[in-house]
Ligand binder design. Structure first.
Ligand code: ADP
Ligand code: ZN
Length: 609
């Protein structure tokens, strides 16, 4: 079972939309509520007022109390007609008049001309009541103002548009190329950019066009941000950074306005560097024109406009990072835009050693630590993961009260990062334990019979994180090319777990899901990326791309599907065959695992004697 790489890229994006939605719903509810109560009140008031006037005209009113400054009257009806025999309080009603002055003039007229005999009583003002009443009546207005302010803030009026490091205030990013370990070729390509930023005039005089955009490809943690910062640090120019996902939050049109502001700001600070992380969040292929998509399109269009709109004397270089180059809109890659692309790979053996050494500079390291060895055990790890390992090792060393970080501490940290924390006290049923033991033994034994697969270093059935157990392989060297045989055998070793479950327990479990996923991925890549299928031939084809499917036709995708399942199925059969022929070894390894829970290379090899 292998480690899982979860991708939380979309979370930010989703959060943005969720708050957008909640915000709009609240706004609509408030507006609806305010206008509803306003019009309802208005209607009722009108009705009551008209009736009230009629009652005055027909002389049914005994007394009218009024408070200065308020157009709310307290009216007492005469105890006549339908109200006869009622107490005073049951004959009292409150009436709001639209204009107190006009009403009083009219009323006084009626009384003076003896048309009615109502009494007018002036009440003193209750100041407290008045203030709270007024405040209450202002509440909707206050709410509205707060709402407007929030909207303005979110629209980016006076909001934060990218973090600036260094520049005007001369707080330069103090990251230098020396802080980026490995990646020598990539740094070599970027030295030129540093020079552009340092002496833009020299290049302009010569009529040289300064590159506008550079795209850094590579998975998270490979040092893309670090290298972009180092360029700014080396050139001594401001570094403005923003993440693609920040552009697509909240309101329609907002993303585009943020892009515009970002570039406005950069032009003021020029020469400088803009760094856009996760550019795929805005720069993914433009498709339809609906909803979220069109919001995305607007942002992307604005970005294209800004990239095209630089004057030759404006030295702003835009660096962007992505993990998914295939997602990017082709328009972004045209000349004058991101026309330079640099791949930032996960470090190789030497690179890993250098990164480890660099991150140990400020740490106490015991003399038994051999960085070459650790580098050998961490094939495929990114710079961020290596930095994380050393930090974890420092924590372990402190907890263990060691003088310095020892080899053991680092090995434990590697294990912790790879498969999660040991959960030794988790209670596992005997049945589960046996299943895991055979599953892991299956991986280990099968790979021993496959010439291209590396030797087993450690097998364990102690659960860590999500994995019930693991088989660790030795890493020898990094390879540039992988042969077809090696890929096929890798699949067989992956299927070894499931094969052992099937043969020994005649039952299969969910524990193999990750193995199957990886094996299927390899099979798919073999056919559509590396063109290794005899029947389909050496073509490259992205199966999820509807355009490519149109080009090649659905027939080919059917064929690909068949071939993928054939490859995986064959690997599964081969693994079963190896295991049935070597049942004694499988039993031996599984037995040892059940006894010790964790076995070393030597203990594993004993079963083969
Ligand atoms: P990315 O932008 O590619 O996701 P970052 O540049 O943010 O990765 O890297 C995260 C951290 O990992 C860095 O701050 C640094 O500590 C470490 N790191 C990554 N690559 C390297 C490297 N080549 N040399 C030194 N440290 C590195
Ligand atoms: Zn497995």
């Amino acid at each position: 079972m292998k480690k899982e790489n979860n991708n939380n890229d979309n979370n930010k994006k989703k959060n943005g939309w969720a708050s957008y939605l909640i915000f709009s719903i609240i706004t609509i509810i408030i507006i609806a509520f305010i206008s509803y109560s306003y019009f309802e009140n208005k209607k009722e008031e009108d009705l009551a007022y008209n009736e009230f006037i009629e009652k005055i005209n027909s002389n049914e009113i005994e007394q009218i109390k009024l408070t200065t400054g308020s157009n709310k009257l307290s009216v007492i009806y005469k105890a006549e007609g339908e109200k006869s025999g009622l107490e005073e309080k049951d004959r009292t009603e409150e009436v709001i008049v639209p204009s107190l002055q006009a009403f009083m003039e009219w009323l006084q007229d009626k009384i003076d001309s003896k048309k009615i005999d109502a009494k007018i009583i002036q009440e003193p003002v209750n100041p407290m009541l008045n203030i709270s009443e007024r405040l209450f009546s202002l509440l909707p207005t206050i709410l509205l103002i707060v709402l407007m302010l929030m909207i303005f803030k979110m629209q980016g009026f006076g909001g934060d548009n990218g973090k600036v490091y260094g520049g005007e205030e001369n707080k330069k990013t103090n990251v230098k190329f020396d802080d980026v370990a490995g990646l020598d070729e990539e740094k070599g390509e970027l030295v030129e950019i540093v020079d552009f930023l340092k002496n833009p005039e020299a290049y302009q005089k010569m009529g040289a066009k300064i590159p506008r955009g550079i795209l850094l490809y590579g998975k998270p943690g490979t040092g893309k941000t670090l290298i972009a910062k180092a360029i700014a640090g080396e050139a001594g120019v401001p570094f403005i950074s923003m993440s693609g996902s920040e552009f697509i939050e909240m309101f329609a049109g907002l993303g585009a306005s943020r892009v515009r502001k970002l570039f406005e700001r950069a032009k003021k600070l020029a020469p400088c560097i803009i760094f856009i992380d996760e550019i795929d969040a805005i720069g993914s292929r433009r498709t339809s024109n609906s909803g979220a998509e069109s919001e995305n399109n607007q942002t992307l269009n604005q970005l294209l406009v800004e990239m095209d709109g630089f004057e030759t004397n404006e030295t702003v270089i835009v660096l962007a990072a992505t993990n998914r180059p295939e997602m990017l809109d082709k328009a972004l890659l045209r000349p004058g835009r991101f026309d330079r692309q640099i791949t930032v790979p996960a470090p190789d053996l030497l690179g890993r050693e250098e990164i480890l050494k660099l991150h140990c500079k400020d740490k106490k390291i015991a003399s038994d630590v051999n960085f070459k060895e650790i580098a050998g055990d961490t094939s495929g790890f990114t710079g961020a993961e290596l930095a994380n390992i050393l930090n974890e090792a420092a924590i372990i060393a402190t907890r263990e009260k060691h003088e310095a970080i020892t080899k053991m501490d680092i090995e434990n940290a590697v294990r912790k990062i790879t498969v999660g924390l040991e959960k030794q006290n988790r209670v596992i049923s005997e049945k589960d334990k046996k299943l895991t033991a055979y599953h892991e033994a299956g991986h280990a034994v099968v790979s021993k019979f496959l010439p291209t697969q590396t030797a087993v270093k450690e097998v364990s059935i102690i659960p860590r994180g999500v994995a019930g157990g693991y088989t660790m392989y030795k890493t020898t060297e990094d390879k540039f090319y992988v042969s077809k045989t090696e890929l096929l055998e890798k699949m067989v070793s992956l299927m070894g777990g499931r094969a052992a479950e099937k043969i020994v327990l005649n039952e299969i479990s969910t524990g193999a899901s990750n193995d199957i996923e990886v094996a299927t991925g390899i099979a798919k890549d073999m056919i559509v990326v590396y063109g290794m299928s005899e029947e389909i031939g050496p073509i490259s084809l992205k199966v999820d791309d509807p355009y490519e499917i149109q080009v090649f036709g659905e027939e080919i995708t059917d064929k690909i599907g068949k071939q993928i399942s054939e490859l995986v199925e064959n690997a599964y059969i081969t693994a079963q065959k190896i295991l049935t022929e070597n049942m004694d070894i499988l039993d031996c390894v599984a037995q040892k695992l059940l006894e010790k829970e964790k076995i070393t290379e030597e203990e594993f090899e004993e079963c083969f004697k």
